[in-house]
Design a protein around this ligand. Structure first.
Ligand SMILES: Cc1ncc(C[n+]2csc(CCOP(=O)(O)OP(=O)(O)O)c2C)c(N)n1
Ligand SMILES: [Mg+2]
Length: 352
């Protein structure tokens, strides 16, 4: 990881957060915590704005699904986890990966398909992976990560660790059969899985209302007796609190927990979607509650930090993202000879 990035980006250590030590007067958390959320959300936002520009200029090709609007989810999850917890998610994943500690340089280089990318330019926008950061991807098949994450959680239980696996998916994936099979097994075996549905209201151009009789997606856990909550996803504080509650339950050995986190993507499904299926007012109503702005207001209104301190963070991020883009542009393309390296395979009959 980039050291410059680490200094301002690493979420507060979980113990600091859990004890809520040093909370600024009138607020729930410490200055360090608020600035950490703010910095991470801004880093993700600026990274993706720069990535969209690169796609627009055709410096980058292929798919690109941005997370803009959803940053508080990644930020609130990270601050509530402990060392060794894992995360697996879908293809709208740049923000989650950066939250895990993937540097903006490695992330940007991956979008450019360069050999310095987080998976050496072989994955692209949807398939980051970082064993070091216990980040298991990045999955392009809707819902595919749900059984994978259930298996990772099973492994934690099998190895008797105190860790859990966060298994993230969208409202569209919530209707995949893979989820129902995984949840049944996860509850039966009480594996340490935290299932998180990022309900941004749409699966490509289709709203939840058009595909689901039950539109309160927090109810989906009921038929498995899985503890479930609905959470405001436009604010890192509410996400952090819900994830902390869920993690406590899971670490006590009581099995899976499910959070439906209500959020919104400001942009279309991917770079090629003009998002004509929704009203401008709807988008604006969420932008008015923008998580970076809400957090900035909390910080300034409560005197947690000064406008100058926030300005310094903004400038640092601006510089960091410009450097990441330069790094990606100047990095070499992968060597064709590496094409078959790092592929996982076993000789038949596979499970020996
Ligand atoms: C199994 C499968 N079916 C269909 C698709 C095509 N597809 C890609 S994204 C998507 C929508 C998923 O929406 P959601 O789960 O809500 O995630 P979001 O894009 O909102 O983050 C679909 C249908 C796919 N990639 N995989
Ligand atoms: Mg969705």
């Amino acid at each position: 990881m980039d050291t410059a990035q680490k200094e301002i980006a690493t979420p507060s250590s979980p113990s600091t957060t859990a004890k809520k030590n040093g909370a600024t007067k009138g607020t729930k958390y410490s200055k360090e915590q608020y600035l950490s959320w703010y910095t991470l959300m801004l880093r993700i936002r600026r990274f993706e704005e720069r990535a969209l520009m690169a796609y627009g200029q055709q410096d980058v090709r292929g798919f690109c699904h941005v997370y803009i609007g959803q940053e508080a989810v990644a930020a609130g999850i990270e601050s509530a986890l402990i060392e060794g917890d894992g995360i697996v998610t879908a293809y709208r994943q740049h923000g989650t990966a950066i939250g895990r500690g993937v540097s903006t340089k490695e992330a940007m280089a991956e979008l450019y398909g360069k050999s310095t990318g987080i998976v050496k330019g072989k994955g692209g926008s949807m398939h980051f992976f970082s064993r070091e950061n216990k980040y298991f991807g990045g999955n392009g098949i809707v819902g595919a990560q749900i059984p994978i994450g259930t298996g990772i959680a099973f492994a934690e239980k099998y190895r008797r660790t105190n860790n859990l696996c966060v298994v993230m998916f969208g409202d569209g994936a919530a209707r995949q059969g893979a989820l129902w099979e995984s949840w049944n097994m996860a509850m039966t075996w009480k594996v340490p899985a935290l299932y998180i549905c990022e309900n941004n209201g749409y699966a490509m151009g289709t709203s939840v209302q058009r595909t689901s009789n039950v539109t309160d997606l927090s109810q989906l856990g009921a038929s498995f007796d899985m503890p479930s909550e609905s959470v405001d996803g436009m604010n890192p504080e509410s996400v952090h609190e819900a994830v902390s509650r869920a993690a406590e339950h899971i670490r006590a050995g009581k099995g899976p927990y499910y959070l439906e986190i209500k959020t919104y993507r400001y942009k279309g499904h991917s770079v090629s979607d003009p998002a004509r299926y929704r009203e401008k007012d709807e988008v604006k109503s969420y932008q008015d509650r923008d998580p970076t702005k809400v957090t900035e207001r909390t910080i300034l209104d409560n005197g947690i930090a000064t406008a100058e301190e926030l300005k310094a963070i903004k400038n640092q991020i601006k510089e960091e993202i410009a450097e990441a883009a330069k790094f990606a542009e100047e990095s070499p393309l992968p060597d064709g000879a590496d094409l078959y390296a790092d592929n996982y395979s076993q000789p038949y009959p596979f499970l020996t």
